[in-house]
Design a protein around this ligand. Structure first.
Ligand SMILES: NC(=O)C1=CN([C@@H]2O[C@H](COP(=O)(O)OP(=O)(O)OC[C@H]3O[C@@H](n4cnc5c(N)ncnc54)[C@H](O)[C@@H]3O)[C@@H](O)[C@H]2O)C=CC1
Ligand SMILES: O=C(O)C(=O)COP(=O)(O)O
Length: 822
C-alpha cells in the first residue's frame, strides 16, 4: 500500500544507526538524524514524528510517548527495550519493535572475547607492553578448557554463548526457568534448577537475561559469596543485573579473580559511582557497551527495524513487535479484507442501534462469529481489534482513539466491552458465502454470561425487538452486509448511508426520495432488505398498530410486513430532514450511517468535540449570564449617576435662569429713577449685583468708570461655563442612556441566543445544528476577543458597557468620555 499523505511521514533517528537500513526509508519517509539530543530537546520535537528509531542510549519515557502525538512506532535497533516504557506505549497504541536476533552473534562473541581476555589478562598485558615493559611472569592466565561456564538465561545470546563455549571445551550449565530442556540438551547444556546450585559450580558465571524485576540485582553480595574463590564473572546483558558495589567489594577482597563487564547501571557511568570504580579496578576487563557493535550486527538490526517501520507506517503488521501478537504474514493477508468488514460491522452496530432505546453501548457483550474459511484462521486478533475500533469510533474523539492490535484488548477492558470470538466450522451456517462474520450483541439480561457453545445466529430464541445482529462477508476485497437485525440485506457499507425501516407498502421509496430531493440530497444507490423469511417463521405476526403516528392502513388481521430501505447518499442529512422522514406514515425508523472519517463527526466535527462544544456553550451561557448580571449592576450605577447629573443639570438651569433674570432686571434698571440708580451704583460698588449684560450696555451710557470690571468679567465667564456645561450634560446623559440600552439589549440577545443554541445542542436529534452553534460560539468568542481588544483602545463600538467617566481637557476645554467595556 502506498504511503498516502500530503507530507511524508517523519522518522527521528537520535542515535547512530547503520545507513543500510535508513536507506530503505529515505525513498518514502523523511529521515531526520539528530544525534546528541537532550531529553528536553527530544520532548520538544517528538510530536512531529511518526516513527522513532533508537538503540540503547535514548530513554523513551512515558513523558516522551505522551508528547508524541503522531508516533506510531518505536523501533529499537537491537534486542533490549528496557530504555522504552513499553507499557505506556501499549496504552497509547504505539507499536514497539526490536531486532530480536540481529546482534545475538555479536553479543555472544563479545562475551567469549571478554572471557578469554579476562582469563589470559590480555588488556593489562597489552597495556604493559605498550608501556615499554616486558612482564611475562606477571600475566599468567588460566585456561577455559575443562572449566565450567554457568549461564543465567539460556535465550538466544545465552545459547549461542553456550555453543561457543562448548567449542572451547568448557562444561556448560545454565539456569533458565523458561528454557526448553530439549534445546538445552541439544547444545549439551545441563540445566540446573536453582541459583545456588549454579553459583556453586561456576568457574565463569555469565548472565544473559533481560533486565526485568526478577533479574534486577539478581547477583548481589550473597550470591557472589556463593561463588568459588577465584571465580570470574561476566555481564554482557544489562547493567543492574549485578550489584555493582557488591561486585567491586568481591574484587577488592580477592574473592573474585576477575570481572568482565560491558554494561552498566548508568551509561556512561557517573564519575565516582560504583560503576566508575569498578571500571577502574585492575582486575576488571571493561568495554563501553560494545556487545552489539560489529559492522555486521549493526547492518542486521538497522535493516530489520527499518523494514518493520515501513510495514507499520503502511498499515501492515510488523514481524517482531514487542507489544503486539505475532501473526503469520499469510494469515494476515487472508484476514485483511475481513479487518475492514469487521470494523464496518462495529461502526454500523453503534450507529444503527444508537437511536434505539438504551443507546448503542447499552449492550457491551458481543459474540463475533467466524464461519466458513475464516473459521480456520486461529489468530483473529486483527478482527477483534477492528471490532473494538468500529464500535468505538462513532462515539469517541478520533484524537484520543488510536486503537490498534497493540492496545485493543486494553481499550476494550477499559470500556467494559466483552467480545467472545467463535469459530464455527458448520458449513450450513454460512450458506452461499465462503466466509461469513456475524456480530451479535447480547441482551442485557445475558450480558454477563459466556458465549453460547454453538454459533447459533438464527436468533430464533431472541425476541425480534432485541435482535441486534449484523452479518457480513467479503466479495473479493469488498465488504458486504448480508444481514441487519431481522432483515436480509445485501449492500456495501461504504460512504454515507440512510437506513430507513418502514412498512413494506407502495409509495415509501417515492416519499423518502421526495423529501431528500427537496433538501438537495442526492441518492447514489438504493437497496431494499426484506425481513428474512427464515426469521419470519420464528416471528409473531405484528398485528397491533403503532401508536406514534406511523400508522399504516392495514386490513384487520393482516401481517404488517416491514422492510429496510438502504440509501447511499452524497451528504449527511440534517436532523430536521430525518425528523421529517420519521413523521411520514409507515416510516418506522430513520438512521444515518456515516463512513469512518465522519462517523464521529457532525459535519466533519468529532462527536466528542460536539460534546465538548456543548459544555463550552453552556459555560459561555453561564459566563454571559454572569456578565449580564454584572452589567445590569453597572447599568444601575450608571442610571443613578445619570439621575444625579440630571439633578445637577436642573440646578444649573435654575441658576442660569436666575442670572438671566437678574440681568434683565438690571438692564431694566437703566431706565429707572435717580434713587434707584444710586442704589444700583452702591450695589455695583459692593459687587453684589450681577450686571454682565448691563455692563456692556451701560458702558455706552458713560457709567463704566463706576462699575467693578473684574466682578463683571467673572460673572460673564460663570454664565458662559454654566451654559456649556448644561449643553455637555445634556449630550452625555443622552449618550449614556443610549449606550446602556444598546449594551443591555445586545447582552440579553446573546444570552437568549446561546440558551436557544444549547436547547438545540441538548436535543440529540438535532446534532447537525451543532455546527452552526459551534460557529456561533466561535464568532462569539471572536467578538469577545475583539471587544476586549477594542475596550483597551476606548472604542465606542462595543456595546457591553462596564463604566464611564467624563472629564474636561484643561487646555482646550473639550469633554472626554472614558468608557470601559466588558
Ligand atoms: N551488550 C550488548 O550489546 C547486548 C546485550 N544484549 C542483552 O542480552 C540479553 C539477552 O538477550 P537475548 O538472549 O536476545 O534475550 P532472550 O529473550 O532471547 O533470552 C533471555 C533469556 O533469559 C531468560 N530469563 C528471563 N528471566 C530469567 C530469570 N529470572 N532467571 C533465569 N533466566 C531468565 C529467559 O527465559 C530467556 O530465555 C538482553 O538483556 C539483551 O538486551 C543483547 C544484545 C547485545
Ligand atoms: O541489543 C541490545 O540489547 C544491546 O544492548 C545493544 O545495544 P546498542 O544497540 O549497541 O546500544
Amino acid at each position: 500500500m502506498p504511503l498516502l499523505r500530503a507530507s511524508r511521514p517523519k522518522v527521528l533517528v537520535p542515535e547512530k544507526l547503520s545507513p543500510d537500513g535508513l536507506a530503505l526509508l529515505r525513498s518514502s519517509l523523511d529521515v531526520h538524524e539528530r544525534k546528541g539530543l537532550s531529553a528536553d530537546e527530544l520532548l520538544q520535537i517528538i510530536p512531529d514524528y511518526d516513527a522513532l528509531l533508537i538503540r540503547s542510549e535514548v530513554k523513551v519515557t512515558a513523558t516522551v510517548l505522551q508528547a508524541a502525538k503522531n508516533l506510531k512506532v518505536v523501533a529499537r535497533a537491537g534486542v533490549g527495550v528496557d530504555n522504552v516504557d513499553v507499557e505506556e506505549a501499549t496504552k497509547l497504541g504505539i507499536v514497539v519493535v526490536n531486532s530480536p536476533s540481529g546482534n545475538i552473534g555479536a553479543a555472544a562473541e563479545h562475551t567469549i572475547a571478554l572471557m578469554m581476555s579476562m582469563a589470559r589478562k590480555i588488556p593489562e598485558s597489552c597495556a604493559s607492553l605498550k608501556d615499554g615493559k616486558w612482564e611475562r611472569s606477571k600475566f599468567v592466565g588460566v585456561e577455559v578448557k575443562g572449566k565450567t561456564l554457568s549461564i543465567i538465561g539460556l535465550g538466544k545470546v545465552g545459547l549461542t554463548v553456550a555453543r561457543l563455549a562448548k567449542g572451547l571445551g568448557m562444561n556448560v550449565n545454565a539456569l533458565d526457568p523458561y528454557a526448553s530442556p530439549a534445546v538445552a540438551a541439544s547444545a549439551s547444556v545441563a540445566l540446573v534448577s536453582s541459583l545456588p546450585e549454579l553459583l556453586a559450580s561456576a568457574d565463569f558465571l555469565t548472565i544473559h537475561t533481560p533486565l526485568i524485576a526478577s533479574t534486577r540485582g539478581m547477583i548481589a553480595e550473597a550470591e557472589l559469596a556463593q561463588l568459588k574463590p577465584g571465580a570470574r564473572v561476566l555481564n554482557v546483558a544489562r547493567g543492574g543485573t549485578f550489584d555493582e558495589e557488591a561486585l567491586l567489594v568481591a574484587l577488592e577482597s580477592g574473592h573474585l579473580a576477575g570481572a568482565a563487564i560491558d554494561v552498566f547501571t548508568s551509561e556512561p557511568p557517573a564519575p565516582g559511582s560504583s560503576a566508575a570504580r569498578l571500571i577502574a579496578h585492575p582486575r576488571a576487563v571493561v568495554t563501553p557497551h560494545l556487545g552489539a557493535s560489529t559492522v555486521e550486527a549493526q547492518e542486521n538490526v538497522s535493516v530489520d527495524v527499518c523494514e518493520q517501520v515501513l510495514e507499520i507506517l503502511q498499515g501492515s503488521l510488523p514481524r517482531s513487535a514487542v507489544n503486539a501478537p505475532l501473526i503469520l504474514p499469510e494469515e494476515y493477508k487472508k484476514l485483511q479484507p475481513f479487518v475492514r468488514l469487521v470494523e464496518k460491522l462495529g461502526s454500523l452496530y453503534t450507529q444503527h442501534y444508537a437511536a434505539s432505546p438504551g443507546g448503542a453501548m447499552s449492550r457491551n457483550t458481543f459474540d463475533l462469529i467466524y464461519q466458513g474459511e475464516l473459521a480456520s484462521i486461529n489468530n483473529t486478533k486483527p478482527l477483534f481489534t477492528a471490532l473494538i475500533k468500529g464500535l468505538l469510533s462513532p462515539i469517541s474523539s478520533m484524537e484520543g482513539l488510536n486503537i490498534n492490535i497493540v492496545n485493543a484488548e486494553l481499550v476494550a477492558r477499559e470500556r467494559g466491552i466483552f467480545v467472545s470470538e467463535q469459530h464455527s466450522r458448520d458449513p450450513s451456517d454460512h450458506s452461499s458465502y465462503s466466509s461469513l462474520v456475524t456480530l451479535v450483541a447480547r441482551p442485557p439480561s445475558r450480558a454477563s454470561s459466556r458465549a453460547p457453545a454453538s454459533a447459533d445466529t438464527s436468533t430464533g430464541s431472541i425476541p425480534d425487538q432485541q435482535q441486534r445482529i449484523i452479518s457480513g462477508t467479503c466479495s473479493g476485497d469488498q465488504p458486504l452486509i448480508t444481514r441487519l437485525g431481522r432483515f436480509e440485506a445485501s449492500f456495501e457499507p461504504e460512504g454515507t448511508l440512510l437506513i430507513c425501516e418502514n412498512y413494506d407498502s407502495p409509495g415509501k421509496i417515492g416519499v423518502v426520495g421526495n423529501i431528500l430531493g427537496q433538501e438537495g440530497v442526492n441518492i447514489n444507490f438504493m437497496a431494499v432488505a426484506p425481513v428474512s423469511t427464515k426469521l419470519v417463521l420464528n416471528e409473531t405476526p405484528k398485528k397491533s398498530l403503532p401508536t406514534d403516528g406511523s400508522e399504516e392502513p392495514v386490513a384487520k388481521g393482516q401481517l404488517l410486513k416491514e422492510a429496510l430501505m438502504i440509501l447511499g447518499i452524497d451528504r449527511g442529512v440534517p436532523a430536521h430532514v430525518t425528523a421529517a422522514l420519521a413523521r411520514e406514515t409507515g416510516i418506522l425508523k430513520i438512521c444515518p450511517i456515516y463512513p469512518k472519517e465522519e462517523t464521529n463527526s457532525l459535519k466533519g466535527k468529532p462527536k466528542a468535540d460536539y460534546e465538548r462544544k456543548l459544555n463550552e456553550a453552556t459555560a459561555v451561557v453561564k459566563t454571559k449570564e454572569t456578565a449580564l448580571a454584572q452589567q445590569r449592576e453597572v447599568a444601575e450605577g450608571v442610571a443613578q449617576e445619570v439621575n444625579s447629573l440630571k439633578g445637577q443639570l436642573a440646578a444649573k438651569e435654575t441658576q442660569l435662569g436666575e442670572l438671566r433674570d437678574a440681568n434683565v432686571k438690571i438692564f431694566g434698571d437703566l431706565r429707572v429713577t435717580k434713587e434707584e440708580k444710586s442704589k444700583l451704583d452702591q450695589q455695583l460698588e459692593q459687587g453684589t449685583a450681577e450686571v454682565v449684560v448691563l455692563v456692556q450696555q451701560s458702558d455706552g451710557h458713560g457709567r463704566a468708570g463706576k462699575r467693578p470690571q473684574e466682578k463683571c468679567a467673572k460673572l460673564e465667564s460663570t454664565i458662559d461655563t454654566l451654559a456649556k456645561e448644561e449643553a455637555d450634560l445634556e449630550e452625555e446623559v443622552e449618550w449614556r442612556e443610549q449606550a446602556l440600552h444598546e449594551s443591555n439589549k445586545q447582552s440579553l440577545q446573546d444570552v437568549q441566543k446561546l440558551e436557544g443554541d444549547n436547547r438545540v445542542l441538548l436535543d440529540p436529534n438535532k446534532e447537525f445544528l451543532y455546527q452552526s452553534v459551534a460557529t456561533d460560539i466561535e464568532h462569539q468568542q471572536t467578538r469577545d476577543r475583539v471587544g476586549n481588544r477594542r475596550s483597551s483602545g476606548g472604542s465606542k463600538h462595543c456595546t457591553s458597557l462596564r463604566s464611564q467617566t467624563s472629564s474636561r481637557c484643561k487646555t482646550c476645554k473639550s469633554r472626554r468620555v472614558t468608557t470601559t467595556f466588558c
